[in-house]
Design a binder for this molecule. Structure first.
Ligand SMILES: Nc1nc2c(ncn2[C@@H]2O[C@H](COP(=O)(O)OP(=O)(O)OP(=O)(O)O)[C@@H](O)[C@H]2O)c(=O)[nH]1
Ligand SMILES: [Mg+2]
Length: 301
């Protein structure tokens, strides 16, 4: 299992490392600010969030009478942590608070939904939860197989239907099966889709609606899986999914091997959606609970 620090190596070495060297033994000049802005943009932090970070940092520097670039390091770390906390994340909890907890997982094609579901399933199991998976990606036969293979490996039941069957009907069956078998956690896989495809987003709304009508307050979590390598595109995707089904949290995948880890700041800064988990590799244990402090340290240390 890769550590968060290892996972962030590319983002750190390519860009945040340069931010660290920029903040060296010199006085702060206009160039310092310009450079910092350029580097944050390169790290996929996004224009709006970069502007926000700089505004806060300048206010902090002025309030604290900071004149040396090196002194900005700590102030920057603090500001970045605040930006990540903007999503107001309450910590992940695995305590059983209801009969059946429903987690709906959505996102564009290939973002890492099915793999993340296996990782989540294992995590919930490790906390003593009894997990069931629902294969509501009926679009590809291989997608059903993929989830079933994960189910076998984890030893958790998978509710699936025939390829091309109605995903809403599978969602309905899965809820009934979860109650019948006294499972307390149902994780629902969905087909990858572009946020711009109206009919597919309608289909996703249907699945969401079935869950909402079948279990009190469900889905209790709607997790959007975002591939960090998509950088700024991820922001528009997130907006589309949030408008369609409401997103309560993000799983940021493939942070390993990308220099675009700065997109985390854009997700919380621009969208206000908390990042819940980070994908740190392809294996079932390669999932970390998101921790703003550790994330910023992993980028700047
Ligand atoms: N390096 C790395 N690879 C990942 C991570 N998460 C998923 N992957 C890989 O990304 C690829 C796609 O993962 P899937 O889980 O099938 O993605 P999906 O969103 O379910 O795809 P569709 O169902 O086709 O929309 C696979 O090769 C995964 O192993 C991660 O955190 N890091
Ligand atoms: Mg999938």
């Amino acid at each position: 299992m890769a550590s968060l620090r290892e996972t962030l190596a590319r983002t750190r070495s390519s860009i945040f490392g340069r931010i660290q060297s920029l903040l060296g033994q010199t006085d702060i000049t206009n160039e310092t600010w310009d450079e910092l802005e350029a580097l944050l943009l390169q790290a996929d932090v996004g224009a709006a969030t970069t502007e926000q970070i700089l505004r806060r940092l300048k206010a902090r520097a002025s309030a604290e009478g900071i004149v040396r670039a090196a002194q900005l390091r700590e102030a920057l770390a603090q500001t970045l942590k605040e930006m990540l906390a903007a999503g107001a994340a309450t910590p992940c909890t695995y305590a059983k608070t209801r009969l059946l907890e429903v987690i709906l997982v959505v996102g564009v094609n290939g973002s890492g939904k099915t793999t993340s579901i296996a990782k989540l399933g294992k995590r919930y199991q490790q906390h003593g939860r009894s997990v069931m998976l629902a294969a509501c990606d009926t679009f590809r036969a291989a997608a059903i197989d993929q989830l079933q293979i994960w189910g076998e490996r984890l030893g958790v039941p998978v509710i699936a239907g025939a390829p091309n069957s109605d995903p809403g009907a599978i969602a309905f069956d899965a809820v009934q099966a979860a109650f019948a078998r006294k499972c307390d956690t149902l994780i629902v896989d969905t087909a990858g889709r572009l946020h711009t495809k109206h009919n597919l987003m309608q289909e996703l709304k249907k699945v969401h609606g079935v869950l909402r009508r079948s279990v009190h307050e469900a889905p209790h979590h709607t997790l959007l899986v975002i591939d960090a390598t998509n950088g700024q595109n991820a922001i528009n995707q997130a907006k589309g999914f949030t408008e369609a089904v409401g997103v309560t949290g993000v799983i940021l995948t493939k942070l390993d091997g990308t220099p675009k880890g700065g997109v985390a700041f854009a997700i919380t800064g621009e969208l206000g959606i908390p990042i819940r988990y980070v994908g740190t590799g392809e294996k079932v244990d390669d999932l970390a609970e998101f921790d703003a402090e550790a994330f910023v340290q992993g980028l700047l240390d």
